[in-house]
Ligand binder design. Structure first.
Ligand SMILES: Cc1ncc(COP(=O)(O)O)c(C=O)c1O
Length: 449
């Protein structure tokens, strides 16, 4: 029997099954309709890359709870660390009291930070709070008001982070006025916008727009506190910022005394095969925002700053729950597992294996326009037509639905991209099964198109 049949996920009922249907009815009645559920997956328990639903159906989770469960679902070491800490001290509030693990994790994060020297770390509970901290800190430290961010960016949904976000209009609709002083500029989407230009020249051009146009027309550079950038745009559609683009941003920041803030909430903590996606470019940021994968599913955000930048006075910024001891214990265990199990290496290897196979898809499949990624952060862009590159959102959604019915969980990103972000523990065999399911799902939609 081929290995794939032995380890493949098992679907036992029609989807959604009877128990799932009951939960969906309750959800409709009692839960905020603002959540964007792609398909009726009602999770009951998870182990490694497998999630079992309330009807006993098994799925391979190639979404990792939106790139969060880096060590896999319920890694035994992470569970043990959470249980131990919960028995000792659940909460004390680092806002007003001290506990040792806040220091220990900060030291650990300082060691893996993508910029040399000493660092200071602020703890929050989420990605948006990590950004909110970086936004306030940038203004505080530089005493400047304005921020530059990019079209396609997603930095979160609290008012400050939302002001930087420029991913989908629904995220902003009817929430204005937002935080003033934010200017959005183009992010280099090489696949979509480089046209006949050389890709590097196009990417450098996107960065130079800031200096050549913005600073010469509407925005005095000495009034800009920070540039916020995702090294790989996540919610924007898994668009990779080219190295020359990041280098050019660094040069502009250095020249004008602007802070370079990298949002690694989705791309960080090993997802791309290095601790931080920015390391693939060699560029050193001033501030790094992390969350999602840092604590394998427990809510924790971290804003890692060059030490001299975090110069704000007591009372300037804090959060009651930020850096909760149980979340910190989960983060310490997560970093231990990533190191001990060689997950940076695994993310690079399995990611390479997947990209190798999937890079043939644009020439094999009429709906696949582009496949791109780093490590285990991979996007497959679905288009109606390879020449016009018209987004095929409905087709993308049907592909993701088909894959779900075949026992494999993917999520969309951006207008028409399928995001592939399995836990970093995934094996090549498991990846093969997921790619089989995805490719079959693509073929099915192609046949019916
Ligand atoms: C790059 C990036 N920044 C910030 C956020 C916001 O994180 P959270 O949903 O934890 O607030 C996200 C969430 O998807 C993200 O992908």
């Amino acid at each position: 029997m081929p290995i794939n049949t032995l380890i493949a996920p098992k679907i036992k009922t029609e989807l959604p099954g009877p128990n799932a249907t009951r939960v969906l009815e309750g959800d409709k009645k009692f839960v905020s309709p603002s959540y964007t559920r792609s398909y009726p997956m009602v999770a009951k328990h998870g182990r490694g890359i497998v999630v079992t639903d309330v009807d006993g159906n098994e799925f391979f989770d190639f979404s990792a709870g939106i790139a969060v469960v880096s060590t896999g679902h319920c890694h035994p070491d992470v569970v043990a660390a959470i249980q131990k800490q919960a028995g000792e001290l659940i909460h004390m509030s680092g806002t007003d009291f001290y506990y040792e693990s806040m220091v220990t994790l900060a030291e650990r994060l300082s060691k893996i930070a993508p910029m040399p020297g000493s660092h200071k770390i602020y703890y929050g509970n989420s990605g948006t709070e990590a950004i909110e901290c970086a936004l306030k800190l940038s203004r505080y430290h530089t005493k400047r008001q304005n921020i530059i961010a990019f079209y396609g960016a997603f930095h979160g949904r609290t008012m400050g982070a939302l002001s930087l976000t420029a991913s989908k209009p629904q995220q902003k609709r009817r929430f204005a006025p937002l935080v003033p002083g934010v200017t959005h500029v183009p992010y280099p989407d090489v696949y979509r916008n480089a046209g006949t230009q050389d890709a590097e020249a196009y990417a450098i051009g996107c960065a130079r727009f800031i200096e050549d146009k913005l600073f010469k027309t509407t925005l005095p550079p000495e009034e800009v506190a920070a540039i916020f950038v995702e090294p790989i745009q996540g919610e924007g559609g898994y668009v990779i910022g080219p190295t020359v683009f990041m280098q050019e941003l660094r040069r502009i920041c250095d020249r004008h005394g602007i802070l370079l803030v990298v949002d690694e909430v989705q791309s960080g903590v090993g997802r791309t095969g290095k601790w931080w996606a920015i390391e693939h470019t060699g560029v050193q940021p001033d501030i790094v925002c992390a969350a999602k994968g840092i604590a394998s599913g427990m809510p924790l955000g971290a804003t890692i700053s060059r030490a001299e930048i975090m110069d704000w006075a007591p009372g300037s910024h804090a959060s009651t729950f930020g850096g909760n001891p149980v979340c910190i214990a989960a983060a310490m265990a997560t970093l231990d597992v990533i190191e001990r199990e060689g997950l940076l290496h695994n993310a690079g290897e399995v990611g390479h294996h997947m990209l190798k196979r999937m890079s043939e898809w644009p020439s094999k499949h009429k709906l696949v326009g582009d496949v791109r990624g780093r490590g285990l952060m991979i996007g497959v862009e679905i288009v109606k037509d390879k020449k016009t590159k018209e987004h095929a959102a409905a087709e993308r959604d049907r592909i993701v639905q088909n894959a779900f019915e075949r026992g494999t969980l993917f999520l969309g990103a951006g207008p028409s991209t399928i995001r592939i972000v399995p836990p970093l523990v995934v094996t090549k065999d498991e990846a093969d099964i997921a790619m089989d399911a995805l490719e079959e799902s693509i073929s099915m939609v192609e046949k019916s198109a």
